[in-house]
Design a protein around this ligand. Structure first.
Ligand code: SF4
Length: 342
């Protein structure tokens, strides 16, 4: 069982201490005897403990930086929301195929923004621009926000903020089961709480440092009982020997555990495994022993963002994934909605 994250080392950026959240967290970390360092900017963090890249990478993943979000222009976040809302970057998990390895490659530490009210103010402007349409904000584009929230409670505040808003909705996804502090948040049905799930084989071999499927399902049950709209992202869908059985068992376990009320308004998002050439290099550097299959010749090349091609499954394999997983979802959760397969 993965314990709730506790940083090994904490950095504070100078202006962060002007915000009450930073003061509160520093007080908490001092009591916990965690080493605290000042830094002029997170870009200056170079002397992390560790003898080599491998060790430094691991130290970085358990380092927390308290900083300020300066850019209050939000990125778009298709297909699941209109905007990405930035509360944090980085993650303590060690999923071999993590998308952050390419997007945040040089900054693997976790950075939490303490100017939360300013971020909410920016969100308010985006909502006003689109009103009376709803605006959906995705909070997990650059981190697994739930994984650090037992410390910061920023996500909890955001859930309540959007609960009160007139035209806002929040969504995020997590591979962590530490959700207890979020159960009494006044979400008002405006937050879709999604869990990233996969079969046992995949979680065991490729997702070290995250909650196991059993724990994620237990957390999803609590979230459903707390009345949140619930969703699952099956990602990355990865073809391994026995994948059809593995995914079948996963859906069976979900169906057996979830209360009936959760299955009426349930969403699934399906994302096949993909990699780019730069990602492959980073994965092999950070996880040299990985069993992850990254053979370009077995995949189909697909045009990707920023002109970097990605390797996805062949067309027939994609059809097989859609038919198999779509079939399981229709069978076990006939009222659920499959939002997309990509
Ligand atoms: Fe990356 Fe999510 Fe795994 Fe964290 S839990 S390492 S964000 S894939």
């Amino acid at each position: 069982m993965v314990k709730p994250f506790v940083p090994q080392l904490v950095y504070v950026e100078p202006r962060a201490m002007e915000y009450p959240l930073a003061k509160e967290l520093i007080g908490k970390f001092e009591k916990m005897d965690i080493e605290i360092r000042e830094t002029t900017s997170h870009n200056q963090i170079r002397n992390l403990p560790g003898e080599n890249h491998f060790q430094k990478y691991r130290t970085a993943k358990s380092t927390l930086v308290l900083g300020i979000r300066k850019t209050l222009k939000f990125d778009t976040s298709k297909p699941s929301a209109e905007y990405a809302i930035p509360f944090a970057t980085g993650c303590m998990g060690h999923c071999h195929y993590c998308y952050l390895q390419t997007t945040m490659g040089s900054k693997p530490y976790i950075r939490s923004y303490v100017n939360v009210d300013e971020i909410f103010d920016a969100a308010e402007e985006y909502m006003q621009e689109r009103a009376p349409e709803f605006t959906r904000f995705e909070a997990s584009c650059t981190s697994d926000i739930v994984g650090i929230d037992h410390l910061t409670h920023t996500l909890k505040r955001a859930i309540e903020y959007f609960g009160k808003s007139e035209h806002g909705k929040l969504r995020f996804v997590t591979k962590f089961a530490h959700v207890d502090h979020l159960l009494d948040a006044e979400h008002k049905g405006r937050t879709r709480f999604r869990f990233s799930v996969n079969d046992d084989y995949i979680i065991k071999y490729f997702e070290p440092g995250t909650s196991r499927l059993k724990e994620r399902i237990e957390a999803a049950v609590k979230i459903a009982e707390a009345g949140y709209p619930l969703g699952f992202i099956v990602a990355p869908i990865y073809l391994h020997e026995g994948w059809k059985e593995g995914y079948k068992e996963m859906f069976e376990r979900l169906e057996a555990a979830l209360p009936a009320k959760a299955t009426k308004d349930l969403t699934f998002e399906l994302i096949q495994h993909r990699f780019t050439k730069p990602a492959k290099r980073v994965i092999q550097e950070n996880y040299p022993m990985t069993k992850l299959e990254l053979d370009e010749s077995k995949r189909k090349w697909k045009w990707g963002r920023y002109g970097i091609g990605k390797y996805v499954y062949q067309n027939e394999e994609q059809e097989d994934i859609k038919d198999t997983l779509g079939g399981y979802i229709n069978h076990y959760f006939p009222d659920a909605k499959i939002e997309y397969f990509t």
